[in-house]
Design a protein around this ligand. Structure first.
Ligand code: AKG
Length: 282
């Protein structure tokens, strides 16, 4: 805890990932040493469950801005009026959920985002939990021989199942247009956290489509094995949403999965992405 910081406790939610932050007042602007402490807790636990929400959009933006620059409006999802960086994820019978797939936000970009903040706006009576996986722990659990093979490999990340939206909206023309616009990127399959240096497995079933240098069938088999490993519950924390819960996660070394078990109810979430880490170079 930094000098002058508001004190809070971080209570582990599992041995591997996630902590609940207790004693933090989110109704006021957090001072710098408190956000430094929150940042340290984030690096340690990867996912932080805060209480004191829901935050109005300007407070959400103010909280995000203490960690770095905010992402502009999303290419597919709508945003809160007047707040382009507050993305609305609105799902229900007319717009079925599309994020019940393990993914790291926007991993198809060369500079994948640092941090995401999520809070509920409308909750189903039950269900709609979000699960997070610790990819550092998955890396450490790899068989040593496989780990050393993966150290020399890279994989292609592209729009993945975002194709579904664009195809439904404008057929193959719009899909190809967006694919060209958004592009794809190649990331090492074993990547390193830019601050802690810790290695993590960097593939996800939503956006990772191809292993560079392998045939499609070979690459698919390898990826299927890795996706299966990532899906094991010992690497996860499961967040049950309540009205006052606000979650922060570090995208560098985690993935998440939004359980799509709440239809015919509606679920509306607000999400903010912080593109880069203003403390990274410090
Ligand atoms: O709605 C959720 O629980 C998760 C949202 C999500 O998948 C995302 O922000 O990429």
């Amino acid at each position: 805890m930094g000098q002058g910081a508001t004190s809070f406790d971080s209570i582990r939610l599992t041995p591997t990932i996630g902590a609940e932050v207790r004693g933090l007042d989110l109704s006021a602007q957090l001072d710098e040493s408190t956000t430094d402490s929150l940042y340290d807790a984030l690096l340690e636990h990867h996912v932080l469950v805060l209480r004191g929400g829901p935050l109005p959009p300007d407070r959400l933006e103010a909280l995000g801005s203490t960690f770095g620059p905010l992402a502009p409006a999303h290419h597919t999802y709508p945003n809160v009026d007047g707040h382009p960086s507050v993305t609305v994820l609105d799902t229900g019978p007319g717009n079925p959920p599309d994020n019940a797939e393990w993914h790291t936000d926007l991993s198809f970009r060369a500079d994948r985002p640092f941090l995401s903040i999520l809070q509920p706006d409308i909750r189903p009576p039950v269900g709609g939990d979000t699960l997070f996986a610790n990819l550092f722990a998955v890396h450490d659990a790899l068989m040593p021989g496989l780990r050393s093979d993966l150290e020399g490999l890279s994989a292609v990340h592209d729009m993945g199942s975002f194709r579904n939206h664009t195809y439904a909206e404008g057929g193959v023309e719009l899909m190809n247009e967006r694919m060209a616009e958004v592009g794809s990127s190649v990331h090492p399959m074993i990547d390193h956290h830019p601050v802690t240096g810790r290695p993590f497995l960097h593939v996800n079933e939503c956006f990772t489509s191809h292993v560079v240098g392998l045939s499609m069938p070979e690459g698919r088999r390898l990826l299927a094995y890795l996706f299966d490993l990532i899906a094991r519950p010992q690497f996860h924390v499961r967040v049950r949403w309540e009205d006052d819960v606000v979650v922060l996660w570090d995208n560098r070394g985690t993935q998440h999965y939004a359980a799509d078990d709440y239809l015919p109810h509606r679920r509306v979430m607000q999400r903010l992405i912080v593109t880069s880490d203003c403390r990274e170079a410090v």
